[in-house]
Design a protein around this ligand. Structure first.
Ligand SMILES: Nc1ncnc2c1ncn2[C@@H]1O[C@H](COP(=O)(O)OP(=O)(O)OP(=O)(O)O)[C@@H](O)[C@H]1O
Ligand SMILES: [Mg+2]
Length: 360
């Protein structure tokens, strides 16, 4: 086991800067998830930790040891990819043991480690099959098994579940959580999937364009996003944002006139420094923060309804045409085209300045 430290790590391909100075402290045994839009550098950063990409500048330490110049095979990391990358001509057993045999580990030791991993992953009955005779989920389990037998200090996963169908993803997500609980190995996991990030992570790292936007526990990022980017990225459906202007404040509450609602005012409680009168702001309300008991009111017209059974996502528009997503339990009573008075909990609403930074 080991901690992982990145200090101002950068990566350029030619003269294009891709990773622009990332510093991170990942504790021994922690499960850290990298999220961010496509192309922001998640895989590149993971590959730099694994040694598959070299580091242009900055320091990478694993278990207190500087790793920049250390060969990938000597870093004590094992990586699992989206494309399982199994050898088609080898059986499951051979695939799982290959790296160890290649490294000259004794046959009996390899067999014992492969058997132990097979047991953890429930692969015992499939050991003599070739990959083409396995389902996607089974193949991914073999790929994980191949990583486990190496007894890595750090697991690196790059979107390991994105080739699987929805049901299998849920199943494998739970397996990975259990695996981490059992083995306690430091894990860095890249995903596009909100639910995977929220449920698996001890700590989420939100990346944008090669930089860290915010690091924190899942609910910390959800409750207290530092800016509109993180607020919009964490949570699904995403947070609604409305343009407004500060009309007044009394030291604990800030009154905001909403341009998208013909200047209608809402009053938002704040804890920190009050924004001055006239300041342009953005009001953020999550779809799930609309409730009948809410003390804020928005007048809307319903555009579309998505009934999911237990709850409904109502898509509505403001006077100006701004789109609003509302999560409601009363979707069955609503009709497309109707006027809708949407109540929201002002204590849950967040305020941001024009540049996107959070006003607390
Ligand atoms: N070998 C390379 N040469 C040049 N540019 C590269 C190379 N590898 C990656 N890039 C660029 O670096 C950026 C980050 O790529 P990366 O694969 O890390 O993104 P990502 O966050 O993993 O995206 P995705 O979510 O789509 O997997 C992209 O703009 C990509 O085009
Ligand atoms: Mg990627």
């Amino acid at each position: 086991m080991a901690d992982v430290k990145l200090n101002d790590v950068r990566k350029s391909f030619g003269n294009v800067d891709i990773i622009k100075g990332v510093s991170l402290d990942i504790q021994d045994g922690e499960f850290v998830v990298f999220v961010g839009p496509s192309g922001c550098g998640k895989s590149t950063l993971l590959r730099m930790i694994s040694g598959l990409e070299d580091i242009t500048s900055g320091q990478l330490q694993i278990g207190g040891q500087l790793m920049n110049a250390v060969d990938p095979s000597k870093r004590g990391v094992a990586m699992v990819f989206q494309s399982y990358a199994l050898y088609p001509h080898m059986t499951v057993r051979e695939n799982m043991g290959f790296a160890l045999r290649f490294a000259g580990v004794a046959k009996e030791v390899v067999a014992a480690k492969v058997d132990a991993a097979a047991k953890i992953l429930g692969l015992e009955a499939l050991m003599e099959r070739k990959p083409k005779a396995l389902s996607g989920g089974q193949r991914q389990r073999v790929a994980i098994g191949r990583a486990i037998v190496r007894d890595p200090k750090v697991f690196l996963f790059d979107e390991p579940l994105s080739n699987l169908d929805a049901e299998l993803r849920v199943h494998m997500r739970i397996e990975i959580a259990r695996l981490h609980r059992e083995l306690g190995t430091t894990t860095i996991y890249v995903t596009h999937d909100q639910v995977e990030a929220m449920t698996l992570a001890d700590k989420i790292v939100v990346l944008r364009a090669g930089l860290v936007e915010q690091v924190g526990a899942p609910l910390e990022l959800y409750d207290n996003p530092a800016n509109t980017f993180v607020a919009g990225f964490i949570g699904s459906p995403r947070m609604n944002f409305f343009n407004g202007r500060v009309k007044d404040n009394d030291g604990t509450h800030c009154q905001v006139e909403l341009a998208d609602f013909g200047g209608a005012a809402v009053t938002i409680p704040l804890k920190g420094t009050m924004p001055e009168e006239g300041k342009e702001v953005s009001l953020g309300i999550r779809p799930e923060h609309f409730h009948d008991d809410g003390d804020g009111l928005l007048n809307l017209k319903l555009d579309m309804l998505e009934h999911l059974g237990g709850e409904t996502f109502a898509y509505a528009r403001s006077q100006s045409g701004a789109m609003v997503v509302i999560e409601t339990k009363h979707g069955r009573d609503l009709a497309i085209g109707q006027q809708y008075e949407a109540r929201f909990r002002t204590q849950c609403a967040l305020l941001f300045d024009k540049a996107g930074a959070r006003i607390y």
